[in-house]
Design a protein around this ligand. Structure first.
Ligand SMILES: O=C([O-])C(=O)C[C@H](O)[C@@H](O)C(=O)[O-]
Ligand SMILES: [Mg+2]
Length: 419
């Protein structure tokens, strides 16, 4: 089954003003939708980042894939690697760690790999989870992903989520998301306010939702000393503490001194980091993300490797749409080592999607694995056209949380090791 054509469509969807250590989300989030079409007329779907430098790499790779077999994933990877060459594409929001050539190739390849697996599943009449070894769970639990946020984008009306700038606002946001989705664990995105203030919000969540696992993720905004102090103060309260401080060395120093496991999507983000992760023990939990770990099969291999060395698995998420949610769900369903509830930005996309409704839903905070062939989701062409139009008109070509924040507070800079 040969690739006949690859279509690449950048899209934009509305995003609330979510605060993080890099600044604040812009009014539009960008993604790229990939459609791989075979000589037999089967179409496979993939979804990836929308930043321009990445999009250009995806387009260049897409042009070189026709003629390749959709089962020849290693050949497709080599072709992508040839196209990417020595180019290193860095994310502008700085929340997913360092960049390298390998990570860039993995990021470009992933969307094509997912689309090829979608095709393989459709051709075999089996869900993608079956291609990854079969489901070990029928539904994948996700966590309520809480953000400090403004009431709305400056100059615009308040959005339906309202403000969350203190413990009461965070608890109210948790009630809203848990009420709508049924989540059974909670992650708070930190790195926005001084750590003691964020620790207070965690205590408030513990009081409001006794028994629910809690995570705090300041995206490396703290020093080693602060991380140790706050980590110790949250003994018995956190399931894990995510990226309190920058770098493998800093994380290893913190990990040796705090009672809970550390987790990361910043210091171990490519296979090149794994030897140091195993030797120096900076983390107890890796947040895998197929979008930059080279797709579903490679992510599953990384998960197995981590499990061998006693590193547990959770899953990372950026702003995304339903193709990614389907891919994440198949991966987590078929990967025994992913034992922590996964992250998802789905609530913040607030119903906007490029996939037709119905295949993906949340039941008690978990997404039942779609049982249709392939990813089990269908592209909604009208929605794709609308979101592409939004991309054309929104004026954003690269995510820049820091620049957007600076337009309101010129003194702001990314909070790396700040507190
Ligand atoms: O550290 C994380 O979990 C992330 O990087 C997730 C997202 O990028 C999140 O921080 C965001 O979008 O602001
Ligand atoms: Mg994180």
């Amino acid at each position: 089954m040969l690739i006949r054509e690859v279509r690449v469509t950048p899209v934009a969807f509305r995003d609330p003003p979510l605060l993080n250590a890099a600044g604040v989300h812009q009014p539009w989030a960008l993604r790229t939708i990939v459609e791989v079409v075979t000589d037999e007329g089967i179409t496979g779907l993939g979804e990836t980042y929308g930043d321009l430098a990445h999009l250009e790499q995806v387009r260049a790779a897409a042009a070189r894939l026709p003629g390749l077999d959709v089962y020849a994933l290693h050949r497709i990877y080599r072709r992508v690697a040839d196209v990417v060459g020595a180019n290193i594409v860095t994310d502008m929001h700085g929340l997913t760690g360092s960049s390298s050539r390998v990570k860039t190739v993995d990021r470009v390849f992933a969307a094509f790999e997912v689309a090829c697996l979608d095709i393989q599943g459709k051709a075999a009449g089996r869900p993608v989870a079956d291609l990854l070894g079969g489901k070990v769970r029928d539904a994948v639990p996700y966590s309520a992903y809480l953000f400090y946020k403004w009431a709305g984008h400056p100059g615009k009306p308040e959005d339906r989520f309202g403000p969350a700038l203190d413990p009461d606002g965070i608890v109210a946001q948790a009630r809203l998301l848990i009420g709508e989705y049924g989540f059974r664990s909670i992650k708070l995105k930190g790195g926005v306010f001084p750590p003691e203030q964020e620790a207070e919000a965690i205590q408030a969540l513990r009081d409001a939702f006794p028994g629910l696992p809690l995570r705090l993720d300041p995206n490396a905004a703290w020093t080693v000393e602060t991380s140790i102090r706050v980590g110790r103060a949250l003994d018995g309260v956190l399931e894990y503490l995510e990226d309190p401080t920058p770098g493998i060395d800093g994380m290893a120093r913190v990990a040796a001194e705090v009672p809970m496991p550390l987790a990361t999507n910043m210091c171990v983000v490519t296979p090149e980091h794994l030897p140091a992760a195993v030797e120096r023990r900076p983390i107890g939990v890796l947040l895998i993300d197929h979008h930059y770990w080279g797709g579903l099969v490679r992510s599953a291999h990384i998960a197995t490797l981590c499990a061998t060395f006693g590193i547990e698995l959770s899953m990372h998420s950026n702003s995304h749409l339903g193709i990614s949610l389907a891919a994440m769900t198949h991966l987590a369903a078929a990967t025994p080592a992913i034992t922590h509830a996964c992250d998802t930005h789905t609530p913040w996309q607030d119903g906007q999607d490029v996939v037709a409704p119905g295949a993906l839903r949340f039941v008690d905070g978990a997404v039942p694995v779609p049982d249709g062939p392939g990813l089990g989701v269908e592209l909604d062409r009208d929605a794709l056209a609308v979101m592409h139009e939004q991309y054309e008109r929104c004026g954003i070509r690269t995510r820049d949380d820091e620049g957007y924040m600076r337009s309101f507070d010129p003194s702001f800079s990314t909070r790396r090791g700040f507190w």
